[in-house]
Design a protein around this ligand. Structure first.
Ligand code: LLP
Length: 440
């Protein structure tokens, strides 16, 4: 059971953060702030850990781990994925381009998206992606047309919404009825899609997919989703006499963000999922299908932290008469939109020195021209934190850099990979020239 918030290579010596032996001060001097620092070994260990756990739990029924690129991807990370031999889930042409540039075997690419363009579909079919996950009735014809044009047969899964209210923020729950994704099982849309697919010989229906949401810390929802997908496998077998061979149960496994949080561990959740799948299949007299999963956050989230420099410190007297300290750092909602978007909570540590000063109520804010530009709403931090100090925010690997924006024309921070005592840039910092390049 892991409760660590920091990448495996991070340690604190006398209050100073070290990453693979390099101090936060040296990292800031060499690469400037704000910056994301990423642990390559930790990433690969986690990716391989999910793969191993899937194979151990599901044995001959194990399909692929498809790393969800949307959590964070760049060409170097795609290369690591190719080396690990796992698959990747992409949901746009851009993510597909990065996966291919990193040398990932197209057969290990699964293509998602609720509104894939015709050109995205044609490109996916032409490079030979292993699976396209069909999300709407229109897409069935579009995928078939692309396959026909290219003289190919395309393997597909149908994305289904099993009608589950996952325990997570509304914006990142995806499997209840009132969502834009997939085909609802309860309304009959899923079965209509099954029938529609039969009309196209260029499409090989392999099975069903569901992704119930993200940052889920409770296994029940995954098990219910599996039950409902298996229910439809049974209906298919009864109707057509043969069984579809695959299910993909998506991602969504939650991680630790705050002290005391406990992440869902692959070695615990996947055996539990297998037990449930086996039980439901036995009851329905079905063969156990091949099971794939798509963890994104659970692989990359804990492998990065963001390093910021403090710029200003301001005390504000609240109506209650209490004092609140505002500490402004040199990044904010452009490199971490999650607090503003989902009310996501983070913690931070002073990274360049120790402090024994008393703790005081603090709000950590960014440099953007917006009151809601808050990185941490309420936290107790040492009262002697001053301009020039470094603050590190852990667990920013997933949906941090990947959702970064140029709001207020702030260039997006780099990602620096640290391994064996060496740090190197894998995604460079944007420059003002990059921003101006877009202007005509
Ligand atoms: N598979 C599918 C089809 C997905 O839509 C997603 C995430 C995943 C896998 C990976 O989920 P994960 O294992 O990373 O939870 N921006 C939000 C999260 C949105 C997730 C969207 N889909 C956040 O920052 O929390």
């Amino acid at each position: 059971m892991s409760t660590s918030l920091w990448p495996a290579g991070v340690s604190f010596n006398n209050g100073v953060l070290h990453f693979s032996g390099i101090s936060a001060t040296s990292l800031a001097q060499e690469f400037a702030t704000p910056a994301f620092f990423m642990d390559e070994e930790d990433f690969c260990t986690r990716a391989l850990g999910w793969d191993k756990a899937l194979h151990q739990a599901f044995d001959s029924h194990a399909g692929n781990v498809y790393y969800a690129a949307k959590a964070f991807i760049c060409v170097e990370v795609a290369r690591w994925i190719a080396n690990c031999g796992i698959g990747i889930d992409v949901c746009t042409g851009g993510e597909l381009a990065v996966a291919l540039a990193g040398g990932i075997d197209p057969k290990k690419i699964e293509v998602h998206g609720n509104n894939k363009s015709v050109s995205e579909i044609e490109r996916a079919v032409s490079v030979g992606v292993g699976t396209i996950v069909i999300d709407s009735i229109f897409e069935i014809e579009r995928v078939a047309a692309a396959a026909r044009k290219l003289g190919k047969t395309q393997r597909v899964l149908l994305r289904l919404t099993p009608g589950i209210q996952a325990h997570t923020h509304e914006s990142i729950a995806t499997a209840h009825e009132d969502v834009k994704f997939g085909f609802s099982i309860a309304s009959g849309a899923a079965w209509n899609a099954v029938l529609e697919v039969q009309k196209y010989p260029e499409i090989e229906l392999r099975g069903f997919h569901s992704h119930i949401g993200s940052q889920i810390l409770n296994m029940d929802s995954f098990e219910i989703a599996a039950d409902r997908l298996i229910g439809l496998l049974g209906k298919y077998r009864d109707e057509f006499g043969n069984q579809l061979p695959e299910l993909d149960l998506g991602g969504g496994y939650g991680i630790a963000y705050l002290p005391g949080d406990v992440e869902l561990e692959a070695s615990e959740v996947l055996p539990a999922l297998f037990t449930q799948v086996k039980k439901v299949c036995e009851k329905a007299a079905l063969n156990i299908p091949t099971i794939s999963i798509e963890p994104g956050r659970a692989i990359v989230g804990p492998t990065m932290f963001t390093l910021y420099e403090v710029g200003t410190v301001k005390d504000v007297t609240l109506e209650s008469g209490k004092n609140r300290r505002y500490i402004s750092i040199d990044g904010g909602m452009s490199d971490n939109i999650r607090p503003s978007l989902y009310g996501a909570e983070y913690t931070t540590s002073l990274a360049n020195r120790s402090s024994s000063a008393p703790l005081i109520d603090t709000r950590l804010v960014g440099k953007h021209c917006e009151t809601g530009d808050i990185v941490i709403r309420d936290i107790e931090l040492p009262s002697d934190i001053a301009p020039g100090d470094l603050l590190a925010v852990p667990a920013t690997g997933a949906y941090g850099r990947s959702m970064a924006s140029n709001y207020n024309h702030v260039p997006r921070p780099p990602v620096i990979c640290v391994k064996n005592g060496k740090a190197r840039v894998i995604l460079r910092r944007e420059t003002e020239a990059d921003l101006l390049n877009l202007d005509i």
